[in-house]
Design a protein around this ligand. Structure first.
Ligand SMILES: [Zn+2]
Ligand SMILES: [Zn+2]
Length: 269
């Protein structure tokens, strides 16, 4: 069965829900029949379909300014992409646009102003295998590898006896779900600027990180005690305030089609 799935309108097609249900049924039959390859194929198709839906929805949430909700979707989608890539052929991933989606997720995430996350510090009593329930100890493992699929089921390690110790604030967390910021105080203008140009989730675009120099006079509004516009981490007064020019990070968006009246990003200082 074939249907188009690139726009928000397409995601409302009832055939998609039906197809997901069918894949689940065929998978169960395959498991009963001992046909592992068929079961795994169903898992792959189903995951690819689900992550495409999540990606398209996340894209349009960003377009509507629902940045936080989109952030959680992108995180879910990223995890699904990683497992599909790990358990599928390159050809499958190319056909289903998985590499494209995976790349655009990290592009979009990189344009978010979030940089501080909270991470729950926890102690896990023990893990068990999600496939065979084997209790995992250093010298006692089962034959299942975490992140691989068996009979259409993803092998995860299930944590037991979890004790939450503390909430630590880190800048590179294992999971990106817990964002500490209050979105009201953050600047989403880069995403806003990008979304003013993009209409659909599968348009090709990329971002190139460069720097640009501006004469020092243009920074007269910047307080000497505030962070230096060069983003080097120091205070303006101790960093670039005495230079003739300040070099600041700059993003160049690359689009695959001609954009009439491309809005210019305003000088931020
Ligand atoms: Zn196992
Ligand atoms: Zn500086």
């Amino acid at each position: 069965m074939k249907f188009e799935l690139t726009t928000l309108e397409h995601t409302k097609n009832p055939d998609i829900k039906w197809a997901l249900g069918e894949l689940e049924k065929v998978k169960e039959q395959a498991v009963v029949a001992g046909d592992e390859e068929r079961a795994n194929n169903c898992w792959r198709e189903s995951e690819a379909l689900q992550l495409t839906l999540i990606y398209i929805e996340a894209f349009h949430k960003i377009k509507r300014g629902e940045y936080r909700e989109a952030w959680y979707d992108l995180e879910r989608c990223e995890i699904k992409c990683q497992f599909v890539i790990r358990n599928s052929s390159e050809e499958f991933c190319l056909n289903k646009n998985i590499f494209f989606i995976n790349h655009q997720i990290s592009n979009l995430q990189s344009l978010y102003p979030y940089c501080v996350f909270s991470s729950p510090g926890m102690v896990v009593g023990y893990y068990s295998c999600g496939i065979c329930d084997h209790k995992i100890r250093p010298r006692s493992r089962c034959s299942h590898a975490k992140g691989k699929i068996y009979n259409g089921k993803l092998c995860v390690h299930v944590a037991h006896d979890i004790v939450l110790k503390e909430i630590s604030i880190v800048s590179k967390p294992v999971q990106k779900y817990s964002v500490v910021h209050n979105d009201e105080t953050l600047d989403f203008s880069v995403l806003e600027h990008l979304m003013a140009v993009l209409e659909e989730a599968f348009e090709e675009w990329d971002v190139i990180r460069t720097t640009r120099k501006f004469p020092i006079d243009m920074f007269f509004r910047v307080d000497l005690d505030s962070d230096c516009p060069c983003k080097g981490g120091g205070k303006f007064g101790q960093c670039c305030s005495k230079k003739a020019e300040v070099e600041i990070p700059h993003l160049d968006f690359v689009f695959r089609r001609d954009i009439p009246n491309l809005p210019g990003i305003k000088f931020p200082y």
